[in-house]
Design a protein around this ligand. Structure first.
Ligand code: 1GP
Length: 237
């Protein structure tokens, strides 16, 4: 973001909401009260503009003070009223359009309309081979912590990225692997995947800058999310 630190830098805990999964207004209201830093609207399957817009609209009513960003996965569901946009650049994509291709076609189409000051490019590394995003992007999942750390160094030193997202979506990553990435770079490190307890939230919060939780809300409920927030807050960033 044009010269100034983007707001993600101050986020320690983020909830990712999937527009394709049902969630009630009372849960959305609670999200505004439990102390999470932001909501990221994003998902891989069944994402439509209508579902995404409905979720954003309800969040604005139920949790008006919560920043709501969109992680863009398809051009057809971009929300003009989101607070900002995360643009995944899938560094280990087997299908290169996810590394560069989708992005250029969006720029061709929307060019001058893109609010670059509200865009955060995310160096994305897909790490759960069974996740939908791994299948979609043909991800070449690193086979060792050294290989993973090499991706992180490439993101920082070759691609000049500021933010790296370790995406384990649906699985809990190996803290040793994440620790190796932490040691290899000074990028803003985001971790997501399988954080469904206070213990796991604390473990990852000690290693990364931002912890993202998703499934725990849909599978265990808002109280479990609140526990992950508390755990992250107890660990110094
Ligand atoms: C998904 O990284 C997020 O993109 C969170 O993963 O759903 O496994 O918590 P979980």
């Amino acid at each position: 973001m044009s010269g100034q630190p983007h707001p993600w830098r101050n986020w320690r805990h983020v909830v990712k909401l999937d527009p394709d999964r049902p969630i009630g207004n009372s849960d959305l209201r609670e999200l505004g009260r439990i102390g999470t830093d932001a909501v990221l609207i994003g998902g891989t399957q069944g994402i439509t503009f209508e579902k995404s817009a409905d979720l954003l609209r309800r969040l604005r009513v139920q949790a008006p003070n919560l920043p709501v960003w969109q992680e863009i996965s398809s051009q057809s569901s971009i929300l003009p009223d989101a607070d900002g946009y995360g643009i995944p650049v899938v560094l280990n994509a087997g299908a290169t359009e996810w590394l560069i291709g989708r992005h250029t076609s969006a720029i061709e189409r929307y060019g001058p309309l893109i609010p670059w000051e509200r865009v955060v490019p995310e160096g994305y590394i897909v790490l759960n081979p069974h996740a939908a995003v791994a299948r979609l992007t043909g991800a070449l999942v690193p086979e060792s912590p050294q290989q993973l750390a090499a991706y992180a160094v490439a993101a920082e030193r070759i691609f000049g990225m500021q933010t790296l997202y370790l995406e384990y979506s649906g699985a809990y990553g190996d803290p040793q692997w994440v620790g190796q990435v932490r040691q290899a770079t000074s990028l803003h490190l985001v971790y997501g995947g399988g954080v469904h307890s206070a213990e796991r939230a604390a473990e990852m919060a000690a290693l990364v800058d931002t912890v993202v939780v998703g499934n725990v809300l849909y599978e265990k409920g808002i109280e479990a999310v609140r526990e992950t927030v508390r755990a992250v807050r107890e660990i110094r960033g």
